[in-house]
Every structure is written in C-alpha cells, then in structure tokens.
Design a protein around this ligand. Structure first.
Ligand code: FES
Length: 161
C-alpha cells in the first residue's frame, strides 16, 4: 500500500511521490519507472490462466502488477513475491539474464527458485498459495504465504510435466 503523502515542515503541499518512488526515479532505473507497480486492489485469488499457458521453464512478469512473478521451474509452477526480502524494494527480471531476478534497491540477485545468490538479501522469496480450480484455471492466493522452509508444501506450487 502506498503511504499517505506527508506535509512538509515548511507548510508546502504534500509531496506527490513516496520515498520509494523518489528513490526509484532518482536511481535512473527506467525499467522500474516504466512498470506500474502499485498492487492491484484485490483480496480475491488472481486467475493466471491454465497450466497449458505456462509451457516451459521461465520467470514471468506477466502478473507483476500484483507484486508476484509466475515461475515455472523443474516441474513446478509457483508464484514468488516481487518484493525484496531485504528492504522491500521492487524485484525485476534481469534484462541481461532471463534466469535471474534482481533487486532495484541494492542489487541482490535470486535464482528462479527464489534463493538469494548475491547482495544483502539473505532470505529466499516468499511464495503464494496457488491451485487449480474445478474449471482448470490456475489461481494465486496472495493471502497465503510460504517462506522458503515451506516451499515443498503442496499448496505453494502446482506440479507440471
Ligand atoms: S531491498 Fe533488495 S537488496 Fe536491498
């Protein structure tokens, strides 16, 4: 959720950007600035299509507006947070390496599984609840979180062949 703008001490109007917006824009990260990242307001599961819509191993930013990646990797389809576990900056697919996730804040890197491989982040990426409904649709439930120790929980991934 975007924080409320705060009035300045000099009686000026509230700043139009949050601290995060300012840091992102000031960092010159054009990719970050170009992608609308305000989380879509929904408490409902997010429909990400059918299993056949995810035919090969990849990290997808297709649902990044909900602050998660959809990742197919080694026989599993799952949704990983796109918010960094270090200091909550936005994560992105590395434009130089489609098998790597990078942080827009302090350059932490992560494998497709969500394991940190560099930078200050030490925790793996939380995954969200995911399931296939009776109609064959895959849905992601961001109200259910699975830290790294629970990545083998069957509610945190959908098996794929
Ligand atoms: S917020 Fe991601 S590395 Fe610091």
């Amino acid at each position: 959720m975007k924080p409320e703008p705060q009035p300045s001490s000099a009686g000026m109007p509230p700043a139009p950007y949050s601290r995060r917006d300012f840091v992102t824009l000031a960092s010159g990260c054009l990719l970050c600035a170009a992608v609308p990242r305000a989380r879509a307001a929904t408490d409902k599961p997010v429909d990400i299509g059918e299993i056949k819509d995810w035919p090969k191993d990849a990290i997808s930013e297709k649902f990044i507006q909900y602050d998660f990646f959809v990742i197919r990797h080694k026989g599993r389809l799952f949704a990983s947070t796109a918010i960094c576990p270090h200091k909550a900056n936005y994560l992105l697919l590395d434009p130089q390496n489609p098998d790597r996730i990078i942080c827009s804040g302090h350059d932490s890197t992560f494998t497709p599984e969500g394991i940190p491989t560099g930078g200050p982040a030490r925790r793996g990426l939380v995954r969200y609840g995911i399931s296939v409904n009776a109609g064959g649709r895959v849905t992601v439930d961001t109200s259910r979180e699975f830290p790294q120790a629970q990545w083998d929980d069957k509610a945190s991934y959908v098996p794929v062949k």
